[in-house]
Design a protein around this ligand. Structure first.
Ligand code: NAD
Length: 291
């Protein structure tokens, strides 16, 4: 298949690499020069250039506004009728349908297919896809998603994948804060952080955060996670807005949004999501170190 891939960062780079390794012709574009070549892909000169002649175009961009911008400025005019846009970004579901409408006028379909699995999942081809769209479009892209991931869920119509993704991530975001606060209680009381992590990992307090992040990036004080804190804040904001739009009052998630916003303001851009722990430590007092 001829594939265009737009957005070759932490996630998009390895994902596009897997598609090329599976034998597809992949033309990549990113605002960062050299991103396509670094993954052994053909370099497109622009998003429109990547989309020309493509059967399927993937987007893996920071948010739905960026996807809409690329579609409006480039893809709507460049994609051929019958082609398909697959947006893997974690995006605002309320923007997804509008973006699809811009393409529909050209006879181009759209599926939202955000992912879980982080940078390591993208590198290993072990992502989980949660998709919204038409059954026939899902069947068409199934082999492509299989080349990049270990599991695909078709969770509903267009926008459903993006809604599912925000629900997944807001749960993780709240677990980050609650795990940090609870472990700081333990530390102040006299428990050892690494021992607490070992207990949690085989007990009911276990989560993705305790099994995959505490020892790997927090307790060793690395704070190098490839997922940026501002992207998690975006996900928390999407979940809160989605809830408000449904008329729901969500006191804990609203407080969580304020905490993530304050951390983002204090820490500045391009910080690892694990830095949230360090920010919480500063606010509360105490450090999740074994000494
Ligand atoms: P990233 O910042 O590493 O990559 C985004 C890339 O998009 C950058 O290389 C940037 O140059 C490029 N870009 C931005 N605007 C562009 C444009 N108009 N045209 C072409 N390229 C453009 O971010 P990431 O971590 O790869 O995340 C991408 C998406 O995946 C986000 O929506 C994020 O929330 C989601 N996500 C990330 C992770 C993770 O662990 N990193 C996990 C799951 C989902």
């Amino acid at each position: 298949m001829n594939i265009g891939f737009i957005g070759l960062g932490v996630m998009g780079g390895p994902m596009a690499g897997h598609l090329a390794a599976a034998g597809h012709r992949v033309r990549g574009f990113d605002l960062t020069p050299g991103a396509a070549a670094a993954r052994g892909l053909e370099t497109a000169e622009s998003a429109a250039d990547a989309a020309r002649d493509a059967d399927v175009v993937f987007t893996m961009l920071p948010h739905g506004g960026a996807v809409r911008g690329v579609v409006e400025e480039s893809l709507a005019g460049a994609m051929a009728p019958g082609a398909l846009l697959v947006d893997c970004s974690s995006a605002e579901p309320w923007l997804t349908t509008g973006t699809a409408a811009l393409l529909e006028a050209r006879g181009v379909g759209m599926v939202d297919a955000p992912v879980s699995g982080a940078g390591w999942g993208a590198e290993a081809g072990e992502l989980v896809f949660m998709c919204g769209g038409a059954e026939a479009d899902m069947a068409r892209i199934a082999p492509l998603l299989d080349a990049m991931g270990r599991k695909t869920f078709h969770v509903g119509p267009l926008g459903a994948g993006h809604a599912m993704k925000t629900i997944n991530n807001v749960i993780t975001a709240m677990a980050v804060v609650s795990t940090t606060e609870a472990m700081l209680i333990g530390k102040a009381w006299g428990l050892i952080p690494s021992v607490m992590a070992d207990v949690l990992n085989v007990s009911t307090g276990q989560s993705f955060w305790t099994t995959e992040r505490l020892h790997q990036d927090v307790l060793n004080r690395k704070f190098e996670d490839g997922f940026k804190l501002e992207l998690m804040l975006k996900d928390v904001r999407i979940a809160n807005r989605l809830g408000r739009d449904q008329g729901l009052d969500l006191p804990m998630l609203a407080l969580g949004e304020r905490l993530w916003e304050q951390a983002d303001r204090d820490l500045g851009p391009a910080r690892a999501v694990t830095e949230m722990v360090r920010w919480c430590e500063t606010q509360i007092g105490g450090t999740l170190r074994d000494d």
